[in-house]
Design a protein. Structure first.
Length: 311
């Protein structure tokens, strides 16, 4: 009988869980709310994942579970979450790592490279051919981070306010940012945030708007170029550490390529279309020594294709 595997990509906003066998056949794919331990605590995150385990129809412990989660940044967090997950009895063996590992594994079968994740926050992972790692704490501004969707959205709100009162250049974001929340002016938006009717966590919703405006609005383009600078900084440091990359936006990718050219390091910039849960599933197959054909079958699975199409 083929072994069964659980693969989890747990982000801040959503969690994808796949139940598959070692042939690469996906038996179930379910989605639920975010399961970052930073947001929900260890037990709260595990409760959210367990609801998906049940929904997927996993009966009894499977052979292996690969849990790749945002908010698992330090070795102590990894060991604690792994031990608590093991106690839940979902799988005979459990592996836990940061969700950057899912993106890197989904982006290459080579086993090494540099992955940059721009979700609600930003993070980077570098793995060298010799096994060296470059990791970042990714705890937000307290660890020097800027560039997730939350930061890009907050920058749009700031730019809109400064456009309205004259402290900054005029930008279409002055109209579009408050309009996204059903408001007319940046001042109305500021009041709504101040009084709590618009939570700050919703700023992440403005990131796509910034990307859409960047080709025609200098302020929006400046935010996108700042993001490109941050991504290149992460790549530069990762390259320094390991020795001898995502968001599909032409302006952003062009800026990254231009700056990476200064390093004179051969590279291929890849936008990973596969959902990160594919990376988690591939790592699960790796853990049980599945055949290469299983990896190919997984990547072509129709259920996963629906996730790509549906976002």
């Amino acid at each position: 009988m083929s072994a069964l595997l659980l693969a989890v990509d747990g982000g801040n906003a959503k969690t994808d869980l796949a139940l598959l066998d070692t042939s690469g056949r996906v038996l179930a794919l379910v989605r639920g709310p975010g399961s970052s331990p930073h947001e929900h605590g260890v037990e709260g995150a595990l409760d959210r994942i367990e609801a998906l385990v049940i929904e997927a129809g996993a009966e009894g412990p499977v052979d292996h579970a690969e849990l790749l989660l945002a908010g698992v940044d330090f070795p102590s967090e990894v060991s604690t979450f792994r031990a608590r997950a093991q106690e839940r009895g979902w799988a005979t063996s459990v592996e836990v790592a940061n969700d950057t590992f899912a993106v890197l594994r989904a982006g290459t079968d080579r086993g090494w490279g540099i992955a940059v994740v721009c979700g609600a926050g930003i993070n980077c992972l570098g793995l060298g051919p010799d096994g060296r790692e470059a990791r970042f704490p990714a705890l937000g501004d307290i660890t020097g981070d800027w560039g997730g969707g939350q930061d890009v959205g907050a920058a749009a709100v700031t730019a809109a306010a400064r456009s309205e009162d004259g402290r900054g250049p005029k930008t279409s974001l002055e109209r579009l940012a408050p309009a996204h929340f059903g408001l007319e002016t940046p001042l109305q938006l500021a009041e709504a945030v101040h009084l709590g009717s618009v939570p700050r966590r919703r700023f992440v919703e403005l990131a796509p708007l910034v990307f859409a405006e960047a080709p025609n609005d200098a302020v929006a383009e400046g935010i996108v170029l700042r993001l490109a600078d941050e991504i290149v900084s992460l790549v530069r440091v990762a390259l320094d550490r390991i020795g001898p990359l995502q968001a599909r936006n032409a302006r952003l990718l062009d800026a990254i390529e231009t700056e990476l050219a200064d390093f004179a390091v051969p590279h291929t910039l890849v936008v990973v279309d596969a959902p990160p849960v594919v990376g988690a599933a591939l790592r699960a197959l790796d853990a049980l020594g599945a055949e290469p054909s299983a990896h190919a079958r997984l990547r072509s699975d129709e259920l996963l294709a629906e996730v790509v199409a549906g976002g």
